[in-house]
Design a protein around this ligand. Structure first.
Ligand SMILES: NC(=O)C1=CN([C@@H]2O[C@H](COP(=O)(O)OP(=O)(O)OC[C@H]3O[C@@H](n4cnc5c(N)ncnc54)[C@H](O)[C@@H]3O)[C@@H](O)[C@H]2O)[C@@H](O)CC1
Ligand SMILES: Nc1ncnc2c1ncn2[C@@H]1O[C@H](COP(=O)(O)OP(=O)(O)O)[C@@H](O)[C@H]1O
Ligand SMILES: [K+]
Length: 499
């Protein structure tokens, strides 16, 4: 997993690399600027594009000056530089790069006040005004400049981070930020890129290596970790010779209601496709024939038997919630399952809403129980938050308090653990914003739990593979969830095979 860094940790990583590699800070800036150029050339391959580089006077601005010079070396020769000089301060590496830039003949304009802005006819704007050194909301002249640049509606490519976006912490909905169509960021994505509020600051990002000390970065403390494909490959166990269905566990899916039987079918079918040896669905009787034709491999535990207290001993994992309803019977079922407290449990959808209405049940959740709310379910359960940063911080607190794994769903799903980690899942796409998608995920988690994966791994594998299945179908505008299920067995096999 990639350890993500706060802005102060990034500064420490810069300083550590400069001291220990050793490399001068000016050379590190050159390396960062070269890495930017590499990504930029893929995005703007036309060398006669008209490009304007807006630079502050700190190190982000220093990058901008070096980038302008390196662009020229790369045959982009329609470049101009605008320096926003609203204070007397400038960093040493900014000054050094300004001297180098002056030798290139690239036109440089200084903006010292915002009464009149220089005319701008560039097709592409490179934003090197402020980077990870942002220490307060934009105001005054800089704010006016950013408002002006936003109004031009040009293609903006940000260096390291869009000007005005904090690297971490709540994103103020009213913050003034220079909106980028692409951000090329250095070594690690910024934590704030993963929150929906960042959509006002950037459309997409690319991460480029600039040569910071990886060992140092990975040794940094902090909850934010980014899941990589190699984590999935490392975690998945191949099916063994001479194994049998008993080897891979027995999952029970307690789900479905007359009007929402489909949720149960999708969930059970996804569980089956994710490798559980046996899958049983506990559904109302009026769903039997649908289940038998949709997924004949799935067995049935009559709902009436469970209500009468059927033992759950034989199940290695239980999923409860999809399409279950929130009536008294559903509440009793959840309570029964929680009192049983032996199997490994994943709680979703209506079962989360039942928890929200009966918060005393939270104390009965078994250790390492997984709940997988979307944002509304999460807020219903734990209260409203003003920002995604606050919401994930709250999830961290609740995960510790109740010894829970909280899988908070979104474009980037956060898996928040009782040990204090926040794992960010990178897979998935907006085509997956379709009802029933979460039911598939829950079935997958139940399946991995049944197969004896540790609970955090079960959550991670399910979230990653679920999103990866969606990414395989990226050519589809919207993806019916059952199409995801079809992708699962081959994807698991692919991640099992040596890379
Ligand atoms: N050796 C290094 O430290 C490296 C730094 N790099 C670049 O350096 C950037 C960080 O540079 P700096 O730490 O110099 O900071 P920035 O260049 O991001 O910001 C410059 C200065 O702007 C001022 N400022 C902050 N918020 C402001 C606001 N709201 N209004 C007006 N002024 C404000 C601060 O005094 C800050 O020091 C990174 O984002 C990256 O682009 C890269 O060159 C890689 C190497
Ligand atoms: N824009 C998106 N990008 C990536 N994944 C998405 C996106 N929208 C939805 N998903 C995924 O689809 C699933 C939706 O779950 P949920 O909202 O619970 O659906 P439902 O309740 O209809 O089953 C989650 O796993 C979520 O991460
Ligand atoms: K920037």
């Amino acid at each position: 997993m990639l350890q993500l860094l706060t802005s102060s940790q990034t500064r420490e990583a810069d300083a550590h690399t400069i001291k220990n590699k050793p490399i001068s800070s000016l050379d590190l800036m050159e390396s960062a600027s070269n890495a930017f150029i590499y990504a930029f050339k893929q995005d703007v391959p036309t060398i006669d594009s008209l490009i304007s580089v807006y630079c502050g006077t700190g190190n982000n601005g220093g990058d901008g000056l070096a980038i302008a010079r390196l662009l020229k070396e790369n045959a982009y020769d329609r470049i101009s530089v605008k320096i926003a000089r609203f204070s007397a301060k400038e960093s040493a590496d900014f000054s050094a790069n300004l001297e180098r830039l002056k030798l290139t003949g690239i036109p440089i304009t200084e903006i010292t006040n915002t009464d009149v802005f220089p005319e701008e006819n560039a097709e592409v704007i490179i934003d090197a005004l402020i980077g990870s050194g942002l220490n307060k909301a934009l105001q005054g002249d800089l704010k006016s400049l950013v408002i002006h640049l936003n109004q031009l509606q040009k293609k903006v490519i940000a260096v390291d981070i869009p000007t005005g976006l904090p690297s971490e912490g709540p994103i103020d909905p009213d913050a003034c930020i220079l909106k980028a169509s692409l951000c090329v960021c250095f070594q690690r994505p910024k934590i704030n890129f993963f929150f929906p509020e960042s959509a006002k600051a950037l459309e997409r990002f690319k991460v480029v290596e600039i040569g910071l000390d990886e060992q140092f970065i990975q040794s940094q403390a902090g909850p934010w970790k980014y899941i990589e494909e190699k984590d999935i490959r490392y975690s998945i166990k191949p099916r063994k010779a001479f194994s049998h269905k008993g080897t891979y566990g027995h999952a029970l899916i307690i789900a479905g209601y007359t009007e929402t039987m489909g949720a149960a079918l999708l969930c059970a079918d996804a569980c089956l496709h994710s490798g559980a040896g046996l899958t049983t669905a506990c559904i109302p009787e009026n769903g039997y024939s649908a289940l038998n034709s949709f997924a004949p491999e799935v067995m049935i535990l009559p709902r009436s038997e469970l209500i009468l207290g059927k033992s759950l001993e034989k199940y290695s994992s239980i999923a409860i919630g999809p399409g279950l309803g929130t009536d008294k019977e559903a509440t009793d079922l959840l309570e029964y399952v929680l009192n049983f407290n032996k199997a490994r449990i994943v709680i979703d959808a209506d079962a989360i809403n039942i928890l929200a209405a009966n918060t005393e049940l939270l104390t009965k959740l078994p250790k390492d129980c997984i709940i997988c709310p979307h944002v509304k379910e999460f807020d219903r359960l734990f209260g409203k938050s003003n920002s995604w940063w606050d919401r994930v911080t709250l999830a961290l607190k609740k995960a510790k308090e109740f010894n829970l794994i909280i899988l908070l769903k979104n474009q980037y799903t956060f898996i928040v653990t009782p040990d204090g980690d926040i794992l960010i899942n990178p897979t998935g796409n907006p085509g997956m914003a379709v009802g029933g998608m979460g039911d598939i995920l829950t079935g997958m988690i139940a399946s991995f739990l049944a197969q004896s994966y540790p609970a955090i791994e079960a959550a991670m594998l399910a979230a990653y593979i679920h999103g990866a299945a969606g990414d395989q179908l990226i050519q589809m505008n919207s993806i019916p969830p059952r199409y995801i299920t079809e992708q699962i067995p081959a994807l698991i096999k692919r991640f099992t095979a040596p890379d």
